[in-house]
Design a protein around this ligand. Structure first.
Ligand SMILES: [Cu+2]
Length: 259
């Protein structure tokens, strides 16, 4: 319990660190980007979604040409639309009525059926997305800056053999792992994920059905199950805090990129 409580307080600290720089960005760049995320919504931050991971790793350095070779999918994502990263928390649809499989076409699961197209379209692109090493049993954290509450988190994993480097995710490619109960309005929704028997690269797909409106979020996180030994518990939170804190300082460069 003490470990959990400690993680929770860390998470709150991260949330505070997230809100402050993005509010700053919104002010500085209102003329050059089309939308300001401020503290509007949320996403799975651990293991990070594709666009949140690209923000986490490159938000303070997104013009660095080395990204093209070190992290090519993020390079493509930033070039496609930087707002997919600045608005890491806005990948949702509305009024789906729970009919996720009818509304989201195969091959478009990671963009929520190309919601707000073209902003998040690149999230469907197959390729060498950086995958986070996780043990077979791990903890998922969804950060909700707007404290919408959750009717449920529905969590899927890609089937064994699915290759995200060559295929876009479809409904036939995923299997349901768990569906949680309701969460009251709070800053994070956390749950344990058990992928016993699995190993290697996979896509974790989370549907967050927010409670304030019919507003489901569609969230792809790349994972490497059983990879990197103890890496998953080594304290990724502190890395997030450091990198996101530096994002504020880089805000003045956004205009150069968003032409
Ligand atoms: Cu929202």
């Amino acid at each position: 319990m003490s470990i959990r409580a400690h993680k929770r307080s860390l998470t709150l600290a991260i949330t505070a660190a997230l809100v402050a720089p993005f509010a700053f960005l919104a002010t500085v760049t209102a003329d050059t980007i089309t939308a300001a995320p401020a503290a509007a919504h949320g996403s799975v931050t651990d293991p990070p979604t594709r666009n949140y991971g690209c923000l986490e790793r490159w938000g303070s350095d997104h013009l660095n040409p080395e990204m093209a070779t070190i992290d090519p999918m993020c390079w493509g994502a930033w070039r496609h639309d930087p707002n997919a990263m600045w608005n890491w928390n806005g990948l949702y649809r509305e009024n789906v009525g729970g009919n996720h499989e009818a509304v989201i076409p195969n091959g478009q699961l990671c963009s929520g059926g190309r919601t707000q197209s073209p902003r998040y379209d690149y999230m469907d692109t197959p390729g060498e997305w950086v995958a986070k090493d996780v043990p077979q049993q791990f903890h998922l954290t969804l950060t909700d800056q707007a404290r919408h509450g959750a009717d449920y988190l529905r969590i899927y994993v890609s089937e064994p053999g699915f290759d995200p480097t060559t295929e876009a995710l479809g409904w036939d490619d995923v299997q349901l792992v768990k569906e949680t109960g309701r969460y009251p309005s709070q800053g994070t929704y956390e749950t344990d994920v058990d992928l016993s028997g699995r190993s290697g690269r996979a896509v974790l797909y989370t549907i967050w059905q927010a409670s304030h409106l019919d507003q489901p979020y569609y969230l792809c996180s790349d994972i490497n199950i059983g990879g990197g030994a103890a890496a998953a518990e080594a304290g990724p939170e502190s890395v997030v805090t450091t990198k996101v804190a530096t994002t504020a300082a880089a805000g003045c460069r956004l205009g150069q990129f968003a032409a």
